[in-house]
Design a protein around this ligand. Sequence first.
Ligand SMILES: [Ca+2]
Length: 223
Amino acid sequence: MKNNQFMSNLNRINSLVLALLVHFSFSNLSAVAAVFSNGGNVTINDNTTGSPYPSDITVSGQSGTISSLTVSLSGFAHTYPEDVRLAIVGPTGTAVMLMDQVSRTLPVSGLTLTFDDGAATSAFFLTGSGSYRPYSANSAAMTSPGPSTYTTTLSSFIGTNPNGVWHMYVEDLVGGDSGNISGGWSINMTITPIPETEHVAVAACLLLSGFAGYRRFRRRVSV
Ligand SMILES: [Ca+2]
């Protein structure tokens, strides 16, 4: 009889621990994808900064931190893409150069470009619409208020707060050609929520009550 009761209590404790594991597993699985856009035209003026400089996207109301991020440009056109430098800066000041003096020297227009760390091709080889890894020819500062330092991997944003104003800076380095980004730009991010405080408190209470019950039972069995 005592053995049956002991096993019954063990099962209750196991169930509590299992419930906790399931709770935290679901918390970790509930990452959400979100897209934020500014569809306004950005003019790539010849041999100077773009208009506007920067183009902004405001993100608000998101709970959690960034777990992955890509950036897309819509309607990219330029008569000599090698002239172009383009970077984004997040709300926490993290800056990433997406394209800087790529090898393309023939005109392009109407391109949809996605910058993704996992893309098969570097933006250095930009030819048409598609996904490219960020590429920078050097580490030179952009024209103020553009970033003076930056990375070339979008993973730099992982773990940062998505809320706030995001900036996109584009400039043209050489006289003679120009372009525009007619459909603006967008940020595609995955956000992993931070477990809510009350969930952690409830889970801790369940765990403590389970162990307290187990210890009371062990004392009864041992006398
Ligand atoms: Ca130019």
